[in-house]
Write a protein that binds this ligand. Structure first.
Ligand SMILES: Cc1cc2nc3c(=O)[nH]c(=O)nc-3n(C[C@H](O)[C@H](O)[C@H](O)COP(=O)(O)O)c2cc1C
Length: 185
């Protein structure tokens, strides 16, 4: 009797280990397919800029989408642990620069913190427009005013109205999938 109970226990613990291994394998598979499918979403590559209390921020962002025709709204998700998040939240407005397909180098220079040196931001020329840094050399840009911030998650969503849009020259926009970068998963 004792022996049967003992074996029964052993059997039970073997089964529970097997179930744990199976659940763990399923979790890994789910994470893998979640990452892979989220990385199949399509994105552009943009440069967001703002300024508050004399501090500039210029950063490359990809989680951007139009959110309404009328009024024209866009959403941009900005990493909470970033200077851009703090500055755009304080200032309530920003420029979104649209890059051309040959401007991958420019995009990569704004993965780093913003440095103003020799009158350039991370090596790129700009001018102040309404006390906001506006990059030269870009094909187009949008001037946006924040209307709402959704604080969920690690990249709060900034919903903003497009108050001005300027085209400097026509070209194909830079797309994330044409680079070897990825952001998402
Ligand atoms: C491919 C790629 C895409 C990115 N997309 C975003 C994005 O959509 N939103 C964001 O907040 N950061 C994004 N980042 C990270 C910012 O570019 C980076 O954190 C930036 O340097 C922030 O600078 P800051 O701390 O000066 O604001 C991305 C980075 C890479 C490499």
């Amino acid at each position: 009797m004792n022996e049967i109970i003992f074996q029964g226990r052993k059997l039970k613990s073997k089964f529970s280990n097997l179930i744990k291994v199976k659940k763990y394998a399923e979790k890994i598979m789910n994470e893998k397919s979640r990452k892979q499918s989220l990385r199949m979403l399509s994105y552009g590559v943009y440069v967001l800029s703002s300024m508050s209390e004399g501090t500039y921020c210029v950063s490359t962002v990809t989680w951007v989408s139009q959110a309404s025709f009328e009024p024209p709204l866009i959403s941009v998700c900005i990493k909470r642990e970033s200077a851009s998040y703090e500055i755009v939240k304080k200032r309530g407005e920003y420029f979104l620069h649209i890059l051309g397909e040959n401007q991958q180098d420019m995009a990569s220079s704004f993965f780093k913190p913003t440095v103003l040196e020799h009158g350039k931001l991370n090596g790129h020329e700009f001018r102040l427009y309404n006390e906001l840094p506006l990059l030269k050399e870009v094909p187009a840009y949008l001037q946006c005013k924040v209307v709402e911030i959704l604080e969920n998650g690690d990249h709060p969503l900034f919903l903003a109205e497009v108050v001005d849009a300027v085209i400097n020259y026509d070209c194909k926009p830079l797309e994330l999938r044409k680079t070897n970068w990825s952001y998402g998963g």
